[in-house]
Design a protein around this ligand. Structure first.
Ligand code: AMP
Ligand code: ZN
Length: 116
């Protein structure tokens, strides 16, 4: 599978992992847009949020559970953070393996996403 994030999961592309369990992996974004910028992905390859179906919705819950823990561990749970999913062309989605950006560590202003 020619997917950067699947390769990160396998370990054939290096990453700075901050979280891993049976279902979810999280690691530092290579081009951080905020002092804390973590990507949270399911181990299962799902291209976009449009492709989530059936039992996969439980994985979305797992991603939020991971986000809650990572926010605590990176110190932004209290100061606040934003979870962003880009879906499809108009969002600027670049990597077609679903992910949340967890952004925080400074005031994020009125931006709605990492590229806005
Ligand atoms: P998106 O536009 O939502 O698909 O965002 C993809 C994100 O993946 C961007 O913020 C990139 O900086 C990030 N990214 C791409 N390649 C890597 C990598 N090898 N390690 C960590 N982050 C990456
Ligand atoms: Zn993938």
């Amino acid at each position: 599978m020619d997917c950067i994030f699947c390769k990160i999961i396998e370990g054939s592309i290096p990453s700075k992992k901050v979280f891993e369990n049976e279902h979810v992996v999280a690691f530092h974004d290579i081009g951080p847009k905020a002092p804390v910028h973590i990507l949270i992905i399911p181990k299962k390859h799902i291209a976009t949020m449009n492709d989530v179906e059936g039992e996969d919705f439980a994985l979305i819950g797992e991603m939020h559970k991971a986000a809650q823990q990572i926010a605590r561990e990176t110190g932004v749970a209290e100061t606040g953070y934003r979870l962003v999913n880009n879906c499809g062309k108009d969002s600027g989605q670049l990597v077609f393996h679903i992910h949340y950006h967890l952004l925080g560590g400074e005031s994020l202003g009125d931006l709605v996403g990492p590229k806005a």
